[in-house]
Design a protein around this ligand. Structure first.
Ligand code: ATP
Ligand code: MG
Length: 578
């Protein structure tokens, strides 16, 4: 009681607020830096758009070996600061986790106990993503009301920060949630309680963080939370878990002693803001010619296979092609883990596989879903990754029965794609390969840290043999994508499907180029913006072209107005090299 009284005093609340919300001076420093670059008036608080962006540290930071610093936005106005520091030969990811003082801890513990008794959560609510949203809302309301009751003078910001802390502890993964909110991270690994958490940073690769989870029990507890949310268990008898958080992030857990050093959690962050075709032209992954060719292929229901090595960007390209699908087509996607993200207006039913429970029951395989999807009257079928013969056979059958199919598979070139498809274990008869209209091959240059379209090709079938015909290819010298050969059947297939002449097809490609160039020029890049553009394209193409030609982007831009900034040409957006 005594301690709670202490916190009622105004100064204490100020102290907590400062401690929790980080140092305002830092915010000022970071923001002035980033904002002055754009010639806008400096502001004290970070804008939403700046959060999570990398902002170079000030000169004075260099002496403290700080390479970069930025803020991560969390719910409830809790912005925490990240500093990437050089320490001897290592680079450290330093997170300034807000600490609350003992008095506040006691208060929060009180609120926690009361909350447990009032916020009852049923099993159905735990596994249903929509219900989870409801629980969060209920939770925020209850926690807020309790804090107000205990500290009648509490300020809105302080309340937000404390509610967020309670949510992280009770519904989420505690302090790890800060990392999950950092859009610069791809992977977060808790190796054990003995070691610091490690993260895979988009720019720096693997980094050691400055903190760890203190107890092995806590890691087990987090694994249990994740497991319960998907209606599964992780125990000594079934110590492996692969599951998804409601946010889409994937969590893998391996318990001790299978992971011999301690309990291990690996979290792969799901991209909240996916790369779109405009980003991919902007960061030179593909060029405009290939972008419009893909658009044409998707519009006129051609079948496309994206191949490439591990993490070469196959799923990213596949996802960037999806907004080209006309809005009235039914799309079914089948994946092992939910990675695809499509604009809202599309008519899309995403399906995911499920692994069996500990008794070996309840599995739903990719093949089950593929076979079932054919009964759901789809126009387009998207297959996350083709690995097995049965899946390949169903997919080719789908192509031959008039569905438009998009899939990814592992192969490093168009020729290797043909080889892998026609040889064991896939063993697709070569004559079926003619159904594939385009093969896009992705490549990752690890040394330079870049991803490129290596080849765009088609498959030619001669009797019992299939061969790859390369149309475009990437040349490392000069980092360019060049025309390699003529298509032998791609345009013929489009003509046959649509009745268009080659002149009409060329005009269609030129219109598409005009539209994409306008988007690139004006930095119209988000999924929702591209979605809107495509909606106009398929409902009133002439209106869209008229606006594009007048550079009138109001029709589809999420930005409020056309500013001078928008008129700059060829601005790199969401670039991996940046
Ligand atoms: N063109 C690109 N530019 C920048 N980053 C990219 C690009 N393509 C992919 N990435 C990043 O690389 C990572 C892997 O991409 P993606 O999942 O598409 O690869 P993949 O080939 O499908 O991998 P896997 O073999 O695991 O299926 C992601 O974090 C993604 O954000
Ligand atoms: Mg993939």
């Amino acid at each position: 009681m005594k301690k709670i009284k202490k916190i009622e005093r105004k100064e204490d609340i100020e102290t907590i607020k400062k401690a929790v919300a980080g140092n305002p001076e830092n915010k000022k420093l970071v923001n002035q830096d980033s904002l002055s670059k754009d010639n806008v008036k400096p502001k004290v608080l970070p804008e939403k758009k700046d959060i999570g962006k990398i902002v170079k540290g000030k000169k004075t930071d260099k002496s403290r070996n700080i390479l970069e610093s930025y803020f991560i936005k969390s719910e409830g106005n809790m912005d925490v600061s990240v500093k990437i520091r050089k320490k001897e030969t290592m680079i450290i990811y330093d997170l300034e986790i807000p600490k609350v003082d003992t008095a506040t801890e006691v208060l929060l513990e009180d609120v926690r106990n009361e909350l447990i008794s009032v916020t009852t959560v049923g099993m159905r609510e735990i596994v249903d993503p929509d219900a989870v949203e409801g629980i969060r809302k209920k939770f925020v309301e209850n926690a807020g009301a309790m804090l107000e009751k205990k500290i009648p003078t509490i300020e809105k910001d302080t309340k937000g920060v404390l509610v967020n802390k309670l949510m992280q502890d009770m519904l989420g993964l505690g302090e790890i949630e800060f990392l999950v909110n950092d859009s610069n991270l791809e992977e977060i690994v808790i190796p054990s309680a003995k070691e610091p958490i490690r993260v895979y940073h988009k720019k720096y690769g693997w980094l050691r963080t400055s903190f760890s989870i203190k107890k092995e029990d806590e890691i087990i507890n987090y694994s249990n939370i994740v497991a319960r949310r998907v209606g599964r268990q992780i125990t000594v008898l079934s110590p492996l878990l692969d599951a998804h958080l409601v946010s889409g992030d994937r969590v893998n857990a391996v318990l001790y002693p299978i992971s011999t050093k301690g309990n291990t959690l690996t979290i792969r962050r799901f991209a909240r803001d996916p790369y779109t075709i405009v980003d991919l032209v902007g960061n030179k992954t593909i060029d405009l010619n290939i972008a419009v060719l893909l658009w044409l292929a998707v519009e006129y229901e051609m079948n496309v296979i994206v191949s490439g090595g591990t993490a070469s960007g196959k799923t990213v390209i596949l996802n960037a092609m999806m907004p080209f699908i006309p809005p009235n087509h039914r799309i079914l996607s089948v994946e092992d883990t939910r990675e695809l993200m499509l604009p809202d207006f599309l008519y899309w039913t995403p399906l995911v596989t499920r692994s069996p429970n500990p008794e070996g029951k309840g599995a739903v395989t990719m093949l089950d879903l593929l076979v079932n999807s054919l009964r759901m009257r789809p126009d387009r079928i998207v297959l996350g990754e083709m690995r097995r013969k049965e899946e390949a056979m169903v997919m080719f059958e789908a192509m031959h029965t008039g569905h438009s199919v998009y899939a990814t598979m592992h192969a490093n070139s168009a020729a290797e794609t043909v080889n892998r498809l026609t040889n064991p274990p896939l063993s697709v008869p070569a004559n079926l390969l003619g159904a594939v209209n385009l093969n896009v091959v992705m490549f990752r240059d690890r040394r330079r840290g870049i991803r490129r379209v290596l080849q765009v090709g088609e498959f030619n079938v001669n009797g019992e043999r299939a061969d790859a015909n390369i149309i475009y290819r990437w040349v490392p010298e000069g980092d360019k994508i060049i025309k390699h050969g003529e298509t032998s059947k791609f345009f013929e297939d489009i003509s046959r499907n649509t009745g268009m002449t080659q002149v009409e097809i060329d005009k269609n490609l030129a219109d598409k180029k005009e539209i994409l160039s306008c988007l690139i020029k004006n930095k119209i890049r988000s999924l929702s913006e591209i979605g809107k553009v495509m909606n106009y394209y398929y409902s009133d193409k002439e209106l869209l072209l008229k606006n594009v030609r007048a550079n009138n982007i109001k029709l589809f831009s999420d930005k409020k107005e056309t500013t001078k900034e928008n008129k700059k040409t060829n601005v790199k957006v969401n670039s991996e090299e940046n």
